[in-house]
Every structure is written in structure tokens, then in C-alpha cells.
Design a protein. Structure first.
Length: 245
């Protein structure tokens, strides 16, 4: 796969290194001479000096044959221009835009970028994931289908503990993806029992997360299994959600 990265700050540079290590063809462009010089010393001649907003520069880098265009500068306006120009030159290219100001995310999405990376949201999500002590932990938000991927541990005494999956009434819009049990991955077939301590990976609608928590975490009397209180997001909802802007 050939991808062009516009912006050689930390985000663009480390993305370049990672994609090169995976065997992809990568070209990076940045208009700051000092960044170009520094990056070339570390990864070689895949770094070019120039303005990624300039159609002529993108043409020179081979945008018409590129499969992915990543706008990773620290300026949201530049990132929008890069993606717009790139798509004009190559309608089939997949565009990825970095959003520095969360208030601009909706604008990026309205303009039809294939992927929008909100730096502050990713950081907030990472903090929730790494430090949440709640019962249900967010993994990723699947925006296009309005679902979340979450992780929840089956608690002893919960309604589903000890039952076969086929005998458990799961919430609407909930699919069990996998079960992590004693270091192994178990396929969640109907004839598999849910054992206390199982870590369940599920895809579920945001409105149904509370129902899943009650099914796998709360005891049969409806009282919540004792444990630390989970983090609250900006709107005050509990048990870990990706922050909304």
C-alpha cells in the first residue's frame, strides 16, 4: 500500500516509521526545513520538503497512485485543505484527517473524510480504558453503525454466571465477539457456559450497555457487585464511555 503523510511532527513521523516497518510504501511531506532534515536523518529519503496543501506538490509525490492520504499537521485548516485537494486529484483515495480542536470534528466528518482522528478524544479514551475501575470498559466506538465495542467481566452471582450462552437473553443490538478465559480465547457459541472471571468482548448499542452490565455484573437480587466506582464522563454517565464533544 502506498500512502502519503502530510506533516512530519511527532504524529506524522512515528506513523511513517510504523508503516515502513509494516512493509508499506510511505512518503512524508512537510514545509518546515528543520523537521525534514531531522526526519531524513532517522528514516531516510522518504521525507520531502514542501507544502502538502499545494496540488502541484501532491502531484509530484504521486497522489494519483496513492491509496491513502493522511493529513497529520497541527493545523486543522491545513488538514482539511490537504484532504480536499487530494480527493480532487484522486477521487478514489482514502483520506484520514487529524483533528486538533475537538470543535472541528463535525466539520471534518461533514466533508466526507474516510477517517477522522481526534487527538484529544483518543487520549481521553485511553485514560478511560487504562485507568477505569468500573465494570464495563470501553474499547472503541464504531461510529458508522452507532455501536460500541466493550469489555465486561462476568461476576460471581450475576444472572448469567454459570449459564449457557444460548440460555442467556442478551440485550437487543448486542453480539458477543469473544471470551477471554485463563489466557485463552474462547469462541462464544451457544453451547459455551459463561464462567465468573470470563472477560467478555461485545459489540453493543450505547443504550443497551446498562442492560448488559446488569446481566453480567449484578447479582440476582439486582444489587451491584461491590467494587470501585467507575469513572464518569463529561455528561455524568457511568461505566466508561468514549467522551462526546
Amino acid at each position: 500500500m502506498y500512502l502519503i503523510i502530510v506533516g512530519c511532527g511527532k504524529v506524522g513521523f512515528y506513523l511513517c516509521k510504523d508503516m515502513l516497518s509494516r512493509g508499506h510504501e510511505v512518503t512524508v511531506v512537510d514545509k518546515r526545513p528543520e523537521k525534514v532534515t531531522e526526519a531524513r536523518e532517522r528514516v531516510g529519503n522518504v521525507i520531502f520538503e514542501g507544502d502538502g496543501c499545494d496540488p502541484a506538490m501532491l502531484e509530484k509525490l504521486g497522489v494519483r497512485r496513492a491509496e491513502v492520504l493522511v493529513a497529520a499537521t497541527g493545523d486543522d485548516e491545513d488538514n482539511l485543505v490537504v484532504c480536499h485537494v487530494g480527493r480532487h486529484l484522486n477521487p478514489g483515495i482514502r483520506t484520514v484527517g487529524r483533528v486538533n480542536n475537538p470543535k472541528n470534528e463535525s466539520t471534518f466528518r461533514k466533508l466526507g473524510l474516510n477517517a477522522v482522528v481526534n487527538s484529544s478524544e483518543l487520549l481521553a479514551h485511553m485514560i478511560e480504558h487504562e485507568f477505569s475501575t468500573g465494570d464495563l470498559v470501553p474499547l472503541i466506538s464504531l461510529r458508522r453503525c452507532g455501536l460500541d465495542m466493550v469489555e465486561v467481566t462476568v461476576a460471581k452471582g450475576s444472572p448469567a454466571a454459570g449459564k449457557l450462552i444460548q440460555d442467556v437473553k442478551l440485550p437487543d443490538r448486542c453480539t458477543l465477539v469473544s471470551i477471554l478465559r485463563s489466557g485463552s480465547v474462547v469462541t462464544p457459541r451457544g453451547d459455551v457456559s459463561l464462567i465468573p472471571g470470563d472477560e467478555i468482548i461485545a459489540v453493543i448499542g450505547p443504550e443497551e450497555e446498562k442492560d448488559l452490565q446488569q446481566l453480567l455484573v449484578r447479582d440476582n437480587r439486582g444489587s451491584e457487585i461491590r467494587g470501585p466506582v467507575s469513572m464518569e464522563n463529561e455528561r455524568g454517565r457511568k461505566f466508561g464511555k468514549v467522551f462526546k464533544k
